[in-house]
Design a protein. Structure first.
Length: 131
């Protein structure tokens, strides 16, 4: 059942089931599922690794190239990732700026909780329908 009228036009394309917002004094980030998945992955490896090949996100998180690129672009716009290299030879390499690493550590529990909440693979279809 939809309450959308014909005058409103078709619904906007959504890249994630929800758009959770993490608000702090330093940053307000409205993030979709792919962005949360990447943040969760990156945060789990900090400070051991702070540079990643963007293609690696796709391989590790089972995302297609377009979804990874869109998510990384948004994380760059939020200031959570920086582009280090973008070439045909080595691909696109991103890093985590120091301020973003601090923000991720301070919000790691929130990132984890949002990931759990929106990861439908963790639930049966009956549980998803109930929620």
């Amino acid at each position: 059942l939809s309450t959308r009228s014909r005058a409103e036009g078709p619904p906007a394309r959504r890249t994630g089931a929800t758009m959770p917002t993490i608000t702090t004094n330093d940053l307000t980030a409205k993030l979709n599922k792919n962005e949360i998945d990447i943040l969760h992955f990156v945060e789990s490896w900090l400070p051991t690794f702070s540079y990643w090949d963007v293609r690696e996100f796709g391989w590790k998180l089972r995302m297609d190239a377009d979804d990874v690129t869109a998510a990384v672009d948004m994380l760059i716009l939020h200031g959570l990732l920086d582009v280090q290299t973008d070439s045909d030879d080595v691909g696109r390499i991103v890093s985590v700026p120091a301020i973003a690493a601090t923000w991720m550590r301070e919000n790691s529990e929130t990132i984890y909780n949002i990931k759990q909440m929106i990861d439908t693979d963790l639930f049966t279809s009956d549980e998803i329908a109930e929620s």
